[in-house]
Design a protein around this ligand. Sequence first.
Ligand code: EPU
Length: 338
Amino acid sequence: MALLQDHSLRSYNTFGIAVSARHFAAIDQLEDLSALQQLSEYQTMKKLVLGGGSNILFTENFEGLVLKVGLKGKTVVEEDDHKVVLKVGAGENWHEVVQYAVERGWGGIENLSLIPGNIGAAPIQNIGAYGIELKEVFQELEAVNLETRERLKFKKSDCRFGYRDSIFKRELKGKTLITSVTLVLNKQPAFKTSYGAIEKELQAMGVQELSIRAISEAVINIRQSKLPDPKEIGNAGSFFKNPVIPTTQFEALKQTFPEIVGYPAAAGTTKVAAGWLIEKAGWKGKTFDQYGVHKRQALVLVNYGEANGKAIYDLSTEVLRSIQAQFGIELEREVNIL
Ligand code: EPU
C-alpha cells in the first residue's frame, strides 16, 4: 500500500475537476486498508472514500486522505433455477457488472445499464433509472467502519433506501467504506418497460421479442442520446433530484403551466421532473465559458474542460434560486459537494 501526497484527483472524478488530495491511497485489497489504519496519523486525518467519482463535485483541494476503492471480484454465492445471488467487490465498474449479468441472462439490473461509477457507490444513493432502483435487487453489503475498523454487514432494511437516498448519505455519511455489494438476480426476469422512453426505443429498434439484452441496448441508446459521456464532457449525471411536492401545489402549478411534468409519488404528493422546471426557466444549454447546463438534459451540469468546481457550484445555486422564484419549489442537489 502506497500513501501518496498531493495527488491529482482530476482523473478520479467524472466532472474532471483539477483538484488534488493531500494524501491518497488505493485500496485494492482489504489488507491495504488495515495497513493504513496502523499508521499513527490515520486516526486524525479527514477521510474521503472515492469509488468511480461519478457523483461528486470538488470545489477545492481535499486536505485529508482519499481512499480510492479498487476492491475487485464477482462471486456467485447461491444459485438455483430461479435466481443467482452475486457478490461483487465495491471497486468493480457498475456497467461492467450489468453487462456481466446481461450476457448470462440474469435479469434485474438491465434498466440500470450505462450508469457511470462503481458498484460500491450504488447503494449510497440507491441508483435508479427507467423504472428500477438498486434496492429492488439488493440483498446486503459489507463495509468497514473507518474509525473503529469494525467489519459490518447491512441487510436491505438496515440501508433505509429512499429515492436517491440511504443511511450512507445520512447518519453514516463519511463513516464507512463499502467493500462488497450482494445482488439477487432473476433467471426468469420480469421485464420492466413501462417507462415511456424504453417502449418507444424498443419499437424504434424493431424488437419483436423482449429480452434482457434488448432492454439493456434500449437503455444504452436512450442514455447515449440524452446524457453526456463523462469521457467527453465532464459531468456527474443528474445534478439535482426531482422534487416531491404536495399534489395540491402541483395542481395549482398546472393551472399556470399546463405542460408541467409530474408523476404520482407517496400519498398526496407528486414527483416533478426537475429537468422540465430548469428547461422552462431558460437554463437548458446555457454555457458560461468552460461550464454550463447540458443542452439535451437540463438536470445535468457540465464541465467543458477547465471549469473550476466552485463556479459550477455557484451556477447550481443560481438554478436553485431561479426555480424557487419562478415555481416556489425548492430543488435539492443530488451530487455530493466537497
Ligand atoms: N425533461 C424536460 N427537459 C429536460 C429534461 C427532462 O422537459 O431538459 C422532462 C422530459 O420531457 C420528461 C421528464 O422531464 O418528460 C423526465 O425526463 P427523463 O426521462 O430524462 O428523466 P429525469 O426525471 O429527468 C431521472 C433520473 C435520471 C434517470 C432518468 C431515467 C433523477 C434525479 N434523475 O431523470 O438519473 O436516468 O430519470 O430514469 O432522478 C442520474 O441520477 O444521474 C440520472 C441521470
